[in-house]
Design a protein around this ligand. Sequence first.
Ligand code: ADP
Length: 613
Amino acid sequence: MRRRNAPASPPTDPALARSLPLARLSIRPGGIAALLLAAVGAVGLWVLAVGHAERRAVEAVAADARHRLEIYANNLDSAVERFDYLPSVAARDPAVAALAAAGAGQADAADVDRVNRYLEAVNASAGSAVLYLMDAAGRTVASSNWNRPDSYVGVDFSYRPYFKDARDKGLGRFYGVGTVTRLPGYFIAAPVEREGRRVGVLAVKIVLDALEDGWRVSHDAVLVADRFGVVFLSSKPEWKFHARRPLDAGTLKYLEDTREYVGLEHPPLVLPRSLQVHPALLVERDLGRYGWTIALAADAHPVEQAATTARIGVALLLLLLLASGLYVRQRVKRLREQRLAKDTLDRAYQDLERQVEARTVDLRDAQAELVQAAKLAMIGQVAAGVTHELNQPLTALRALADNARLLLEQGRQAEVSQNLVHIAGLVDRMAKISSQLRNFSRRSEGPAQPVPLPGAVQEALALLDRRLKEARVQVTVDVPEVTVAFDPVRLQQVLVNLVRNAEDATAGVAEPRIAITAEPVLLDHRPAVRVAVADNGPGLAPAVRDRLFDPFVTTKPGGQGLGLGLAISLAITQEYGGQLEARDGEARPGEGAGAVFLLTLPLIIAERDEPTA
Ligand code: ADP
């Protein structure tokens, strides 16, 4: 009979529960491919970025190096150029020419001394290393360093190419290590002419060490190599006299003959490893006039620094990408979990709602059963009360009937008649009970309809008019013109019951009064009117005040009351959605507090029918 729902399913979906750990463990093939792709991308990015940074740094460093190399080349050029004309100008001195012509060994000591001093003075003012005069055979006749231990005077330089070139071709240039001083230098030589003949050669030696010092100060690795590739000037001492390329036998023979490097070895030049990695860092240019090459090996440090910076940058970028990737992955996972949790929650909520619905239906069923049970209990109670109430008169009737029969047999007519009057009274009482019960059990005649409250009160008072006048009860009515939703006959029945009870209660009072008033109230949030029937009687008897509305509860003596009035009134009131309750009245000096019965009735509010009118 009762609708029972199937037991609610547990809130967690088994399929869902299974899918969660699986999702955490499984690595999809797509995931591996994506990982590989990401790794390849990372390596590619690394190589490209570091390579690009290195190339750009090399370009910048090389450009800078070329610029400085140009300056160094110009410096070198001007350092040599300065002395280009010194030998030819100094050779013009007639004393020089005369001495050369005289030749070494034959010259007059005073002439040699004069030329020695002349050369010394010129050399000092020009700033060259040595200025010296050779005769036609290559022997030194006079020299600026005549008075020093490494004096050239008397030394034979005929093997030196510059001597031969000057004597034979008119100009000699040569770089070599001094055979006497062991100091490397640049030699410029010019012929000394006398009467149209070349009688000797005047040569100047320039030392270029100062240039090396300048390069060193600039922290530049600079080298100058001769036409064979032999390094003869360098800011790095360990590079000096090393050969940039292998020397063939002919070259070696030539070097030996000219004693250019006084027999020094020429091992191959080894440049730093960084130049092998970045060859562009070695910038060079020809110094055309001399057949030399000047080269600058730029510092690779800035390139390494740029590469390191790029590596750090790329590493940071990759880390950032990795972190972002992980974050996004985590977020997606979290969102998926949240969605799953929400779905689970939704399902649980729906389950719960279904359960609540089912329980509500169950409760309603249970409530209906309870009401039914309460009704049955009420009927039982009423039946018990009725049996009790009817038993007494029935027993009395039986006794009276038996008694009447005896009296008849004895011919006592008058007493029989008296008995019959008693019997009629008892029958009336029983009829009254049964009619009241019929009232109690009868359902309402009809649905609620608009009933003007003042009219209903007046009709009830009219019905009781005779009784009230006999008892000299003072009745006051103060009821607004409102319309209630009720059955008119039933409303009258309830009002009559309340007023009659009030009149009964004031029976022993000197100045009996009943006041009927009404005020607007809310009943279950709907407009209603509360009618108060107050009296100045003794008030509610403590013995019955909690059971006033139970059937057959009465304090009225000698069968005057059946105790059904209030029970019936309550049933009627509730049937039409109203309320009925009792409370003590307000105490006044010299009389009882009285009782107040409150009858709350639902209102019908017409447009022009204000409840407070
Ligand atoms: P009955 O009138 O037959 O006794 P009711 O159900 O009408 O039955 O009343 C039950 C009882 O309620 C009364 O016997 C009385 O004790 C009490 N009662 C009702 N109205 C009043 C009132 N106005 N003042 C005091 N007691 C009252």
